[in-house]
Write a protein that binds this ligand. Structure first.
Ligand SMILES: [Fe+2]
Length: 217
C-alpha cells in the first residue's frame, strides 16, 4: 500500500479487557419511523437553505438489501458529507476551504417498500487530513443505516468510481478484500442521471452475508 496505515485504528482499539454488559429493553427495541417524522427536504441537500449550494449536483440512489437479496423497507438511511470544496460544517474541520452557507451536508430518508432510497445532493470534494504527509481522503459520503433496534446501526462510506486517491487512502485500503472494497464504490448510472440537471450514482447496501457492504466497526 503506497500510504501509511490508518493511525486511529490503534488509538480506537480496546486497551483494557472487555466488560460484559447485558442489553436492556431500550437497546433491543428500536425506533418506529413514519413518513411524518421525515421533512420534505431531508433527502434533498440542495434545497435545505435559501439558495442552492455551490458544486456539482448529483443523485445518489440504491436499495438496502438483506443477505438473501430481499429489500429492507422503511429503514432509516442517514448521510453526512463535506461540501464541494471538501469542507465539513464542523468545529474540528479547519481545512482552509470555503464553507457554503447554503449547504449543511446532512440528509435522511426512509427506504420505500422495495428497500429503495434516493438523495439529491452535491458531489463532495476530496479533503486533506493528518494521518501522514500529504494525506487526502477520496471524495465520499458517510452512510448510516438503522436496523430493527438502536444497537443495530451500520455505518459505512460511499465512494465515487475511478477516484485516483483510492491507492493512497488507508481507510479505503483497510478493507483487504478487493471485491469487498469495490462494494463501497457507487456506480455511475445513466438511467438515474436527470437530463440537464444532475448525474446519477447507484449504491446498493447489503447488510449481511458474503456480498455484504463493508461497515465500520
Ligand atoms: Fe468524511
Amino acid at each position: 500500500m503506497p500510504c501509511e496505515p490508518y493511525k486511529s485504528t490503534i488509538k480506537r482499539s480496546p486497551s483494557q479487557p472487555l466488560i460484559y454488559l447485558p442489553h436492556t429493553l431500550s437497546e433491543i427495541t428500536g425506533p418506529v419511523y413514519g413518513h411524518g417524522e421525515i421533512g420534505e427536504t431531508d433527502n434533498d441537500l440542495t434545497r435545505q437553505h435559501k439558495e442552492e449550494p455551490r458544486g456539482e449536483r448529483i443523485i445518489v440512489t440504491g436499495r438496502v438489501l438483506d443477505s438473501n437479496g430481499r429489500p429492507v423497507p422503511r429503514t432509516l438511511v442517514e448521510i453526512w458529507q463535506a461540501n464541494a470544496a471538501g469542507r465539513y460544517v464542523h468545529i474540528k474541520d479547519q481545512h482552509p476551504a470555503p464553507l457554503d452557507s447554503n449547504f449543511t451536508g446532512a440528509g435522511r430518508t426512509l427506504t420505500d417498500e422495495n428497500g429503495a432510497y434516493r438523495f439529491m445532493t452535491i458531489k463532495p470534494g476530496a479533503y486533506p487530513w493528518f494521518n501522514h504527509y500529504n494525506a487526502w481522503r477520496p471524495a465520499h459520503i458517510h452512510f448510516s443505516i438503522f436496523g430493527q433496534a438502536f444497537l443495530s446501526r451500520l455505518v459505512t462510506q460511499m465512494y465515487f468510481p475511478g477516484d485516483p486517491l483510492f491507492a493512497f487512502d488507508p481507510i479505503y485500503q483497510s478493507i483487504s478484500d478487493e471485491k469487498a472494497r469495490e462494494r463501497m464504490v457507487s456506480k455511475f448510472d445513466l438511467e438515474t442521471t436527470q437530463p440537464q440537471w444532475a448525474l446519477g450514482y447507484k449504491f446498493d447496501i447489503v447488510l449481511r452475508g458474503p456480498e455484504a457492504t463493508p461497515f465500520e466497526p
